[in-house]
Design a protein around this ligand. Structure first.
Ligand code: DX5
Ligand code: ZN
Length: 219
């Protein structure tokens, strides 16, 4: 079962509520929300108050991607705002175990992400604490970038490690996902596919989501 997670980073931010509501009748199961602090990544986006306002526009899973330094400081704020999954970056946490446990404690699903150049071996000790892994297929910070094919090796490696450990943790990929690139990520073992431009920059987002899903499932 593959899942498409449209990223609202590519939305019209003056109409976020209606942009999210546009996914109601589509096959997307998640809404991916990119939180950036201008520190971990060179861009600024969404705080908890915005997520809290958006919560009433959708019953889909709010998949919140925290691209912020020391996210442990904000776990309860984002959970209380309505996050269902909270994903943190291994590179951004001085105490990764405590951060993952804080997410677990909050009641949200626990996500752990790595940037394309991060050695995936560094997160092996933490796999059993996670409900989802997020493998970045672009450098985090901006939508609309080109997919980095080499990052797929991280998906392949982590999928195999999860299998060897007997863990059934889905792998999400994020960045440059299109109908052309999604198959490569799916073949490597990805289960959940974030897509910003490939959804929200298309005139018919329902059709765009269905086409992505079909391309992923064909692979
Ligand atoms: C980038 C974000 C992505 C971004 C993806 O740092 O994490 O979620 O919105 O956008 P596209 O699909 O356009 O690459
Ligand atoms: Zn993201």
């Amino acid at each position: 079962m593959k899942i498409i997670a449209p990223s609202i980073l590519s939305c019209d931010f003056s109409n976020l509520g209606t942009e999210i509501a546009r996914t109601h009748q589509t096959k997307a199961e998640y809404i991916h929300i990119d939180v950036m602090d201008g520190c971990f990544v060179p861009n600024l986006t969404i705080g908890p108050c915005v997520i809290s306002s958006l919560r009433k526009y959708s019953t889909k899973v709010f998949d919140v991607h925290l691209m912020i330094e020391e996210p442990i400081r904000y776990i309860s704020a984002y959970r209380n705002a309505g996050a269902d999954v909270l994903t943190v970056h291994a590179e951004a946490c001085s105490d990764l175990k405590a951060t993952l446990l804080a997410i677990r404690e909050s009641g949200a699903k626990v996500g752990l992400s790595i940037k394309p150049k991060t050695d995936p071996k560094t997160i092996l000790p933490f796999l059993s604490l996670c409900d989802m892994l997020l493998v970045m297929t672009v450098e985090p910070g901006f939508g609309g970038q080109a997919f980095i094919p080499d990052a797929v090796e991280n998906v392949r490696f982590l999928k195999e490690e999860l299998r060897k450990s007997g863990l059934s943790v889905p792998i999400e990929v994020d960045g440059g996902i299109t109908t052309e690139t999604i198959g490569t990520a799916a073949k490597a073992g990805a289960d959940i596919f974030v897509a910003g431009s490939a959804v929200y920059k298309k005139p018919d987002i329902g059709k765009a989501i269905s086409e992505l899903l079909e391309a992923a499932e064909r692979s």
